[in-house]
Design a protein around this ligand. Sequence first.
Ligand SMILES: [Zn+2]
Length: 99
Amino acid sequence: MIMLPCPWCGARAGSEFRYSGEVIDRPDPGTTTAAQWRDYLYLRDNPRGWVTEWWYHRAGCRKYFTIDRDTRTDETRARGDSGGRPHGRAPRVGRSWGR
Ligand SMILES: [Zn+2]
């Protein structure tokens, strides 16, 4: 079972969360071509190794957060760039936005 480090609730079982996609920088709409915009919306690298992902704690605090996860082993690490606290960026993917 995968354990995920929610910045507000601590480590919890993966079944409490919903995967919300890779963290991807949004291109500048003013300078992006249609092909680049399509790639941003629909194409993913799906790398083998460490990736940064959005997760939603649906059975807990109902907030989004990012973690690093090794796709080979499901080992996870809390993100150091937010100091364990939310950094205010909302995911691009997801039906609800938490509180
Ligand atoms: Zn939580």
